[in-house]
Design a protein around this ligand. Structure first.
Ligand code: SAM
Ligand code: GLN
Length: 286
């Protein structure tokens, strides 16, 4: 069978199940070890029988087994890097890439070498795969990054990624800001994409049944972890600071109001993501 025919068949299997078709193509590229442009060039070629078997076996885990394609192939691209992912940690999302890009701009603005910052101390709370921590550490060599998570499982994935990219990131296990306080560390920058889905909110089964639920739910109203971080943050912040959070699309007003109670004289603002949804909260005193 030609590669094109296999792809068409795979896509119609997805259609039948009413699930996204794009993963069929991602998986095909993975099994054939081809980049997107190479796949296009080979669509008319025959697919080896063993590859075809492997492909449909893995595809069925997605179409019938409801498994995310990223867990099947074992990686996800995040901010230009191929990160290791697995069921022990949340799959990094595109919205979070936007947070990383904003933060990199702000590091240049606020923590320039001219302003005396030879190094920038950063913590990523609830690091999961390490998506945020790894991206920041790799893109801004002046940073010294700490990454925390309460989940030892998640930290195994973080560790695999710090090793993959040869980054010297300090890993701390514990509840939100607490392990950072315990280690006596102070930081210039606090970053977090905490679990923020309200406890009773509907979550697609492919997410809820596969990704660690500890990475998803943020208490009754979804805001529990932001409140904890914002109340404790002062204990680990340097006099000049930046905090940046990913937030749920409908949490901007409530979170800005709460942030104001903890940071009465700071600059507090929200940014939208590419879907025009409120997605990021920034707090700083520059
Ligand atoms: N930072 C990663 C990202 O952006 O892809 C993962 C974000 S995920 C939404 C939230 C993370 O917070 C999970 O890795 C979860 O294990 C961690 N977490 C949940 N409760 C926590 C707690 N009480 N203290 C520290 N981390 C926690
Ligand atoms: N964006 C994730 C989802 O919708 C949730 C991320 C989070 O809770 N921080 O599955």
């Amino acid at each position: 069978m030609k590669i094109q025919e296999i792809l068409t068949q795979a896509e119609s299997m997805c259609k039948q199940e009413n699930i996204a078709e794009h993963p069929a193509r991602i998986l095909l590229m993975d099994v054939l070890n081809l980049e997107s442009y190479q796949l296009y060039a080979k669509l008319e070629e025959d697919m080896a029988e063993d590859k075809k078997t492997e492909y449909f076996q893995k595809l069925t885990r997605y179409t019938k087994g409801n498994e995310p394609i990223q867990y099947i192939i074992g990686y996800e691209y995040f901010a230009g890097r191929n990160l290791i992912v697995g069921p022990k940690a949340l799959i990094p999302r595109p919205e979070t890439e936007e947070l990383v890009h904003e933060v990199l701009f702000l590091l240049d603005d606020f923590f320039s070498e001219e302003a005396g910052y030879q190094t920038i101390d950063v913590v990523d709370i609830g690091t999961g795969s390490g998506a945020i921590a790894v991206s920041i550490a790799a893109e801004e060599p002046r940073t010294r990054v700490i990454a925390t998570d309460i989940s030892q499982d998640a930290l195994e994935v973080t560790k695999a990624n710090t090793e993959k990219f040869n980054l010297n990131i300090e890993l701390l296990q514990g509840d939100m800001v607490k392990p950072v306080i315990a280690a006596g560390k102070k930081v210039d920058v606090l970053l977090a994409n905490p679990p923020y889905i309200p406890k009773r909110e509907y979550v697609q089964s492919i997410v809820k049944d596969n990704e660690p639920n500890i990475a998803l739910f943020g208490g009754e109203d979804g805001l529990q972890f932001y409140r904890e971080i914002l109340m404790d943050a002062h204990k680990i912040l340097m006099p000049k600071y930046l905090l940046a959070f990913e937030i749920g699309y409908d949490q901007a007003e409530r979170l800005s109001a709460f942030a104001r109670t903890q940071f009465p004289s700071a600059t507090i603002y929200i940014k939208k993501d590419m879907q025009q949804k409120d997605r990021m909260l920034f707090i700083h005193n520059f």
